[in-house]
Design a protein around this ligand. Structure first.
Ligand code: SF4
Length: 68
């Protein structure tokens, strides 16, 4: 089954990450570290349906789809 993963080395840890909001089933969560800082978002693979929508929203190409 397809699942999204986010590459931490490509991610710029922006708290305004468009990928988080792109997910239709809210599978992507991001911990905020303050107004201008945040951690790399995480994809909950129990919720992700592998629709691949999030891939198009990352300006750094940090989101990949894997077969799990
Ligand atoms: S592949 Fe689809 S369901 Fe999975 S995290 Fe990305 S947008 Fe959400």
């Amino acid at each position: 089954m397809k699942k999204a993963i986010i590459n931490e080395t490509r991610c710029d840890q922006s708290p305004f990450c468009p990928v988080v909001k792109s997910c239709p089933v809210n599978a992507i969560k991001q911990e905020k570290l303050g107004f201008f800082k945040a951690k790399t978002p995480k994809v909950d693979h129990d919720i992700c349906i592998g629709c691949e929508k999030c891939v198009r929203y990352c300006p750094h190409g940090a989101v990949n789809i894997i077969n799990k």
